[in-house]
Design a protein around this ligand. Structure first.
Ligand code: SF4
Ligand code: SF4
Length: 154
């Protein structure tokens, strides 16, 4: 079942990319999938409507919850990052009231987290890939993926 739900979420992303004019080949490359499966997505042949409905409910969740679910479904932070980037207009933010400066998040695989001159945690949004690694790492829930309006609603 987790694979089906992930397929449903990928199908939503694929349709979204198609609406933006991306070619089937480009969508397949972006989602690291076989073109024939992308073709099924775009023609509504796979996955089932029920799976799509469940997937739609997941992506309506607050993005902080959605990223954790999608990460656990995919077990692949690169794919999670691509899905989140495509579906949400989101940025990682630090809640200074919750941050205890433990430094755990500085292990960001993309070098996007640093301590500034005031020893506060900061995010370089140009480097951040929205992989969600820091959110899972932070023990105090000080890192929040904050969504601006959902791209699907634009
Ligand atoms: S892991 Fe969380 S508490 Fe620790 S430094 Fe990073 S944001 Fe602060
Ligand atoms: S979401 Fe990933 S890339 Fe962005 S700051 Fe957190 S760990 Fe780094």
């Amino acid at each position: 079942m987790p694979d089906h739900i992930l397929s449903g979420i990928k199908a939503i992303v694929a349709v979204n990319l198609r609406k933006k004019g991306k070619l089937q080949k480009e969508i397949a490359e972006y989602l690291n999938m076989d073109r024939s499966i992308v073709s099924h997505y775009l023609h509504g042949r796979h996955p089932s409507k029920r799976v799509i409905r469940v997937s739609e409910e997941i992506i309506k969740l607050p993005v902080n919850n959605a990223i954790k679910i999608i990460n656990s479904l995919s077990d692949d932070r690169d794919i999670t990052s691509k899905i989140i980037k495509e579906l949400y207009n989101a940025k990682i933010q630090v809640d200074p009231d919750r941050c205890i400066l433990c430094g755990g998040c500085l292990e960001c695989p993309h070098g996007a987290i640093y301590k500034d001159s005031n020893y506060r945690i900061n995010i370089d949004h140009n480097k951040c890939k929205l992989c969600g690694n820091c959110i899972s790492t932070c023990q105090t829930d000080a890192l929040i993926l904050k969504a601006l309006p959902n791209k699907l609603e634009e």
